[in-house]
Design a protein around this ligand. Structure first.
Ligand SMILES: Nc1ncnc2c1ncn2[C@@H]1O[C@H](COP(=O)(O)OP(=O)(O)OP(=O)(O)O)[C@@H](O)[C@H]1O
Ligand SMILES: [Mg+2]
Length: 141
């Protein structure tokens, strides 16, 4: 059965706690899909998750590539931004299957195209913004 947790974020100072909760919840599947409109705070949240994992790599949004790679003390974090992806074939060309089965963190912005390629447990995070308050829903799939 799917499990769901809702968290309200009123200030950026709450993001470290949110990142910790996301990492600890639901037996820790390392695949995380983050949904939310433009400017919802997807990249900001991923940065905080990387920080919580202990990564000290310099962080940037994958503007010119689809995937950025960071390291943390226990392995790697792959940060995907699928906004500019044209079709699912591009994902296959990128070697998405290998990433998904690498047992490393794979965190996605604009994950619509990848969701139906995942046949193992993952976490789905939905961000809604209303008058500067963020409503975060964490779902185990
Ligand atoms: N929880 C938050 N509270 C207040 N401001 C936030 C919060 N999260 C992000 N922001 C601010 O919102 C702006 C957009 O954030 P971000 O780039 O993370 O959004 P995004 O969802 O990744 O957007 P895009 O879809 O364009 O990739 C940034 O200026 C960031 O500082
Ligand atoms: Mg972003």
């Amino acid at each position: 059965m799917n499990s769901t947790l809702d968290i309200k974020v009123q200030d950026q100072s709450e993001l470290p706690g949110l990142a910790e909760s996301i990492l600890r919840l639901y037996k820790n599947p390392k695949i995380i899909l983050i949904y939310g409109p433009m400017g919802a705070g997807k990249t900001t949240l991923i940065k905080e998750i990387c920080r919580s994992l202990g990564s000290s790599d310099s962080f940037s949004s994958p503007t010119f590539s689809i995937v950025n790679e960071y390291s943390y003390p226990n392995g790697k974090i792959f940060h995907f931004d699928l906004y500019r992806l044209k079709n699912a074939e591009e994902l296959l060309d990128l070697g998405i299957e290998e990433y998904l089965h690498s047992d490393q963190y794979c965190i996605f912005e604009w994950p619509e195209m990848v969701e139906n390629m995942i046949n193992i447990n993952y976490k789905k995070i939905e961000i809604e913004v209303n008058e500067n308050i963020r409503y975060i829903r964490i779902i185990k799939k």
